[in-house]
Design a protein around this ligand. Structure first.
Ligand code: HSE
Length: 439
């Protein structure tokens, strides 16, 4: 049987889970891999804490059991990367800084396979790591980087190779979905729901990337690379978070039988790829509208096999660790036959402003006769067909209403808003909020 000796860098929530699973079900893993998978060493700054938390014998940890300084940990990492006895390294340090970036390059450069959950690193600085891995003919497993336990990477990379993926839509960030679900179901404002998410252990102390769409964007970039063979940068991805969603937006969604979700969306139209991360009003008839709490879901619409929806845990220790362990088994079993990413394709990454969707626009205005008429006329002048205009909510001398359109480009809607601002300065009391409606 082939040998697959493992080292783990970082024994926190995910790395500790990986060690635990390997130790728990080693025989089954060996049978499934047709290889001898052995956990050899772990580098961790606080080995005693990790050993206790995950019930891992101390002999697996580098050092004498005492806490390591960063320099000491770094020296052990260098030693493991150079060690011919190690075949695969699990990187669960996290972050996209120079140290972890260089560590991953060094791992593959040394001819060792790399398995990681590090979406930010692979999405933003992954190219040279993938290039080096291809050059050295080693494999990178990153199933855990997108939606934790959901096997979306292998589904796209291995299971749908006989199909064309027409579109991807998904709820890929559990924290933001938890917040939106709380706002929807408990009638909370954003700040209260965020606080609740933090108290319940869903959101990080710094939840910026969860709520501004960054974390979801990293995941979408990785899926686009696999499904469509193009590299997209975070700067190019059109991304809006959930921080500006208000109770009133939830009310407008209810009025059109929809729920607000932070949606990762990518679609192929001829040779063009459109992609965006933003809050959308998802019609109740779409499965994604009923995915609540911290659950993740990805919906793939395919040319030949139709729609597939994968639903599951997008985070968590054993859940994310399971995906890493599955990658280890996959690499041990198929080794060189695995391709790291899709073949690069000549495709255009199109401007999200040309994306055709039905949209809903909410307007805060001065409460004056002619306002609704002027706004809807400006929209009509862009040749946008209006579906519904909500009733006006009146509040002293202010009004609030929404306009739902038939399919249009975002560019046309923005042109209508520009005209309103130009022709009627002061009519709009805040920037109108524009959300696609997802059927
Ligand atoms: N923080 C993420 C979430 C999980 O809330 O879904 C890791 O990407």
């Amino acid at each position: 049987m082939e040998r697959m000796n493992i080292a783990i860098l970082g024994c926190g929530t995910v790395g500790g889970g990986v060690a635990r699973i390997i130790l728990d079900m080693n025989n089954e893993l060996n049978n499934r891999a047709n290889a001898t998978i052995q956990l050899k060493k772990i580098v961790e700054l606080s080995p005693k804490t990790a050993a206790k938390r995950f019930d891992i014998p101390m002999e697996y940890f580098c050092g004498n059991g005492n806490d390591l300084s960063k320099n000491e940990a770094s020296a052990y990492i260098t030693k493991l990367i150079a060690d011919p006895d190690i075949d695969l390294i699990v990187e669960t340090i996290g972050g996209k800084g120079d140290f972890v970036h260089q560590t991953c390059i060094d791992i593959v450069k040394a001819g060792k396979h790399l398995v990681t959950a590090n979406k930010a690193l692979l999405a933003e600085r992954g190219s040279d790591i993938f290039n080096m891995a291809d050059k050295k003919e080693v494999k990178i497993g990153f199933e855990a980087a997108v939606c934790g336990a959901i096997p979306i990477i292998k589904t796209i990379k291995e299971n749908l190779t006989g199909d064309k993926i027409l579109s991807i839509s998904g709820i890929m960030n559990g924290t933001s979905n938890y917040i939106l679900s709380q706002m929807q179901n408990e009638n909370l404002e954003f700040d209260t729901a965020l606080k609740l998410a933090q108290e319940s252990g869903y959101a990080e102390a710094d939840p910026t990337l969860d709520i501004n769409g960054g974390d979801a964007g990293h995941k979408l970039i990785l899926l686009i690379k696999l499904a469509y063979g193009i590299d997209v940068s975070m700067d190019d991805l059109s991304m809006i978070g959930i921080q500006d969603i208000k109770k009133e937006d939830i009310e407008f969604a209810k009025e059109i039988d929809a729920k607000i979700k932070l949606i990762c969306y990518a679609k192929k139209v001829n040779g063009d790829i459109y992609a965006t991360v933003r809050p959308m009003m998802v019609k109740n008839s779409n499965f994604l509208s009923n995915v609540n709490g911290a659950t993740n879901a990805v919906r793939l619409n395919n040319k030949y096999s139709g729609i597939h929806i994968l639903v599951g845990k997008g985070a968590g220790s054993s859940e994310t660790a399971m995906s890493i362990v599955s990658d280890i088994v996959f690499i041990a079993r198929y080794g060189k036959k695995i391709s790291n990413t899709a073949q690069k394709q000549e495709r255009n990454f199109a401007d999200a402003r040309q994306f055709v969707f039905p949209y809903i626009i909410t307007f805060h205005t001065a409460d004056m006769p002619g306002t609704t008429g002027f706004i809807t006329t400006a929209i009509g002048k862009q040749n946008i067909n209006i579906d519904t205009v909500s009733h006006n909510r009146h509040n002293d001398d202010k009004a609030l209403f929404s306009v739902a359109t038939m399919p249009s480009t975002l560019e046309k809607i923005e042109s209508a808003i520009e005209e309103i601002k130009r022709e009627r300065p002061g009519m709009l009391l805040s920037e109108p909020k524009i959300m696609p409606i997802l059927y």
